[in-house]
Design a protein around this ligand. Structure first.
Ligand SMILES: Cc1ncc(COP(=O)(O)O)c(C=O)c1O
Length: 368
């Protein structure tokens, strides 16, 4: 019987496999640094979460300021939202489901396919939520290590697949390396017949997509987000392109009203302002090249080529944790990952030109 004996803790009743669950190691929120850094929170140079430094479309801010229906639940079926996303992505609305950030869709998809003891393959180092949600489903993440240059070793997948493999997940471009996997390699994964989830969170920065293939394959799913290119990370809205049968069941298994009214308004306004937003994407891509060239000149750092809005750098002298801490003391936030394979790396999001200038100057001052 699962009842509580008053002399024992409630944790006895919690699923044993989750009692010591480590959780997701998120980046540091600036407001938590208020008393630790000498500059006001708004002056912190935030290059740690791949956010859009130019913010959202001004249309979004204006529309939200005059929005008066926050007291009304959003449309659970996402009818208008799915239609608008269909136009943007160039695919029928029946393929689309939106989520509270694409994180929620990763979680929903894994819940759909993964039961206790099942396996999910991913290409590491990669985005931490894949392992996070796999474990929450009682599954096991099978890590296929990327090559030294962070490209994917497709041949290694064949030996990693077992009869327990339920999903293969590929971030394209990959986070944190920024590496793109060519379409023909993705098709090899799809040929396995196992459900393949391609996470295109950074699509607008890379320009490469497999969305046109979604209607051709029964086992190909693609995720996108408004967090990066559209500057809506704080409103949490992402979407996925699925075979219609999968979309249909996701609509039924998702938590009701998972995309809130503010996010719905923000998506509609963003989609009316794609030219403006893609202008900020182009500015970020241009800045990425300048930042890359600047980082290459610092002899104790090795930046890796990237197709996203961030750059992974190997720290060749000294400790990456120490570098992150020294930058944070000077009010510059970059991302460090507490994982053995990324022990000597930091990831730097591309900011505005002034952010690049401050970062490069500070790196030179700190030295190796
Ligand atoms: C590869 C990848 N997928 C998904 C996400 C999550 O995006 P969202 O804000 O839509 O949940 C991120 C965010 O960093 C990411 O890097």
């Amino acid at each position: 019987m699962s009842s509580l004996n008053p002399s024992e803790g409630i944790e006895r009743l919690i699923r044993p496999d989750l009692r010591d669950f480590a959780g997701y190691s998120a980046h540091t929120s600036p407001e938590t640094l208020k008393d630790k850094i000498d500059v006001p929170v708004e002056d912190i140079v935030k290059l740690d979460a791949n956010e859009n430094p130019y913010g959202c479309s001004p249309r979004v801010s204006r529309a939200l300021a005059s929005c008066s229906n926050f007291n009304i639940y959003p449309d659970n079926g996402q009818v208008l939202l799915r239609q608008s996303l269909a136009e943007y992505a160039g695919i029928d609305a029946g393929h689309i489901v939106a989520g509270n950030g694409s994180n929620q869709l990763i979680d929903l998809i894994l819940r759909l396919f993964v039961s206790t003891g099942d396996e999910v393959i991913s290409f590491t180092p990669t985005f931490g939520i894949y392992g996070f949600s796999t474990v929450l489903c009682g599954g096991k993440l099978v890590e296929v290590p990327r090559n030294e240059d962070f490209t994917v070793n497709i041949a290694a997948v064949k030996t990693a697949v077992t009869d327990k493999t339920k999903v293969i997940i590929l971030a394209n471009p990959n986070n944190p390396s920024g590496t793109l996997t060519p379409q023909q390699d993705i098709l090899e994964l799809v040929d396995s017949g196992i459900p393949v989830l391609v996470d295109e969170a950074y699509y607008e920065f890379s320009g490469q997509t497999v969305v046109p293939l979604v209607s051709r394959y029964q086992n190909l799913m693609v995720l996108r987000t408004f967090s990066k290119w559209a500057g809506l990370a704080g409103l949490r809205v992402g979407y996925g392109l699925f075979p219609p049968k999968v979309a249909d069941i996701l609509i039924r298994t998702k938590i009701p009203y998972n995309v809130n009214v503010a996010a719905l308004v923000a998506v509609q306004e963003s989609l009316k302002d794609v030219d403006y937003l893609m202008g900020t994407v182009r500015a970020i891509v241009a800045e990425r090249e300048r930042l890359f060239a600047g980082l290459e000149k610092i002899e104790w750092l090795k930046p890796f080529p990237t197709q996203a809005n961030f750059i992974l750098c190997a720290v060749l002298h000294g400790e990456a944790t120490e570098l992150k801490r020294k930058l944070q003391d000077r009010a510059i936030l970059v991302r460090y990952f507490d994982q053995p394979v990324l022990k000597n790396f930091i990831r730097i999001s591309v900011g505005k030109p002034a952010h690049t200038d401050i970062l490069l100057r500070t790196l030179r001052e700190i030295g190796g």
